[in-house]
Write a protein that binds this ligand. Structure first.
Ligand SMILES: [Zn+2]
Length: 567
């Protein structure tokens, strides 16, 4: 029998409290009592996690619904702080119990995480955490609410994307400039919020006995298997390996457009996307969401029956909210419902190639969740983010050979493939920029805004496209503000780079032996969070390394694939 009944309603603290009291006070005298305690608390956590997920999903599916928003905020402000105090007490109860050393090996990783959580937990940091969340929400409110008047219509920033890829350069320029002008109206507010966030974060680290927030966060994010130095090595490798290719792509583009220099409205700094160099219309892989879903089912069945069946299961369970509509939050995500063990996918499909890639990416996350859904404890299914992104990013690459399903003309699928591979080359330097920027910020928490601008510019010189910024320096110095992770999820970014290393290796295998690559994929995903990050990489026959030679072998293959498509 389950510890918590199926119809349990954990959005009210009074309902949770009896369970919390039982878990913290029950006697633990028998030999298997500790295991029962862990299993019961996992069961409670499943319910609470699913409720948090459903509240978040409801809010993002309809941001104009005030009730949804206040229900979610109530959960964040009134339930989560109490839960973090409870978790700490429960954690201590587990590791301080004499029987902890007799627990079977399956609990080793969990205990490692618990010990790290105990080390950084401080009650006085809870209100600082809430303050942090409120500042982040404020920043999101500012950026999410930005609109511009363009061509006689009020447009959101995501809606403006289409003009930034227009073949009409004058239109692109004026779209870009109107967005920048709008951004600058709030840039001072955003800098202020960011200053406050840095101060709070530094304080949190100091309260927990750390010299810097960086060291604190490496513990908090359970980065046990790579170090600050590894990140710095990775930045250097990216600079050496990716920058020459990025520059080459930009020169081709500049020449094709007949320009002396590219301007910021000719190429997206982060994704490398821009208008087609031959002046062709943008790619349209599907018209309706139904069409996308039907074709994706076919695509995954072509790859393997296992993936095809898993994708069909997602459709059957009807937990997809895919089409874009007014009032829906931007972006895409997969959220696993821990109690029901069902993945939910959210996105804003509008018929673009990027939408197809997002759906494939989120499907990868959902496959990962389904592969390890059989594991008993919530902790065993809580796969590390670095590996979650391997599951998702590798699907983007592995599905490439099947993209023809979405295009009548052969050359259109090829264009999509090339753009995506170029995106791989562009994204890594952007990841290095964001990660290196954060390492600098939290190593120097006392910096001035001027020093911050200088640091950002020097990183963009190192990792950015060479472009003519004349007249737009004031925006360039603050363009980091557009990367929401810096506000909302500090230090969370290098994960995408680490995952891309894994994804590219799976793709490398897939190019020679598709069956083998998919076997490696499922073998590793089934493990969930029951192995360390290096062991998960090893289970998929991948190497976890940040050195230049390793990165070179992967990016070299990307270049080879691009030239194969072109010739
Ligand atoms: Zn992802």
């Amino acid at each position: 029998m389950k510890y918590v009944p199926d119809d349990f309603e954990p959005s009210i603290w009074a309902n949770i409290e009896p369970y919390v009291n039982d878990l913290l006070k029950r006697e633990l005298s028998c030999s298997s009592c500790l295991e029962t305690l862990i299993s019961d608390s996992s069961n409670l956590a499943e319910h609470i996690s699913e409720t948090g997920a459903l509240l978040y999903i409801a809010m993002t599916c309809d941001t104009e619904n005030k009730e949804n928003k206040s229900a979610f905020l109530d959960f964040v402000e009134n339930i989560r702080p109490k839960l973090s105090e409870f978790s700490d007490q429960l954690n201590r109860r587990i590791v301080e119990h004499p029987a902890v050393n007799d627990l079977p090996g399956r609990y080793d990783l969990m205990i490692r995480g618990i010990k790290s959580d105990i080390q950084i937990f401080r009650v006085e940091n809870i209100p600082l955490g809430v303050k942090q969340t409120k500042l982040v929400t404020k920043a999101q409110g500012i950026t999410g609410g930005m609109t511009v008047e363009f061509e006689g219509r009020e447009m959101t920033f995501p809606e403006m994307r289409v003009f930034l890829e227009s073949n009409d350069r004058i239109k692109r320029e004026s779209a870009w400039k109107s967005m920048v002008k709008r951004w600058m109206e709030n840039s001072e507010d955003l800098s202020e919020i960011f200053d406050e966030l840095i101060a709070i974060r530094h304080q949190i680290a100091k309260n927990a006995g750390f010299e810097s927030y960086t060291n604190y966060m490496f513990k908090a994010m359970h980065r046990f298997d790579y170090s600050i130095e590894d990140c710095l090595t990775f930045h250097k490798s990216i600079e050496e390996v990716c920058m020459p290719i990025l520059n080459k792509i930009n020169i081709e583009r500049k020449n094709a457009f007949g320009l002396d220099q590219l301007s910021p409205w000719d190429v997206n700094e982060k994704s490398g996307s821009g208008p087609d160099i031959d002046g062709k219309e943008s790619l349209k892989p599907f018209e309706t969401v139904d069409e996308m879903v039907t074709k994706l089912s076919q695509l995954f069945h072509n790859m393997s029956n296992d993936l095809g069946d898993k994708f069909d299961k997602l459709v059957e369970m009807d937990t997809l909210d895919l089409e874009t509509r007014k009032g829906k939050a931007p972006g895409g995500y997969q959220y696993y419902l821990e109690k029901s063990r069902i993945p939910f996918i959210f996105m804003n499909a509008a018929g673009l190639q990027g939408d197809l890639e997002t759906m494939v990416h989120e499907s990868g996350h959902a496959f990962h969740s389904l592969y390890c859904g059989h594991l008993d404890l919530i902790d065993e299914r809580d796969y590390p983010i670095e590996f979650a992104e391997v599951a998702a990013m590798s699907m983007e690459l592995l599905t490439q050979p099947e993209w023809d399903i979405f295009y009548d003309e052969l050359d259109e699928a090829d264009r999509a493939r090339i753009t995506h591979l170029e995106g791989v080359v562009f994204l890594l330097p952007w990841i290095a920029t964001i990660d290196a920027f954060q390492h600098w910020i939290y190593a120097n928490p006392e910096h001035t805004r001027d020093e911050r601008k200088k640091q950002w510019i020097s990183l963009r010189e190192r990792f950015g496209s060479k472009m003519d910024w004349e007249g737009h320096d004031n925006f360039r110095e603050l363009s980091w503000q557009q990367q929401g992770h810096l506000f909302g999820v500090p230090f969370y970014y290098v994960e995408y780079g680490i995952a891309q290393l894994g994804a590219l290796q799976l793709w490398q295998t897939h190019r020679g032996d598709p069956k083998k690559a998919l076997e490696n994929y499922s073998n590793a995903m089934k493990l969930g969070n029951t192995k360390t990050l290096p062991d998960l990489f090893a289970a998929a026959e991948l190497k976890l390394g940040f050195d230049e030679d390793h990165l070179y072998s992967l990016i070299n293959e990307v270049e080879t694939a691009m030239s194969e498509i072109k010739n």
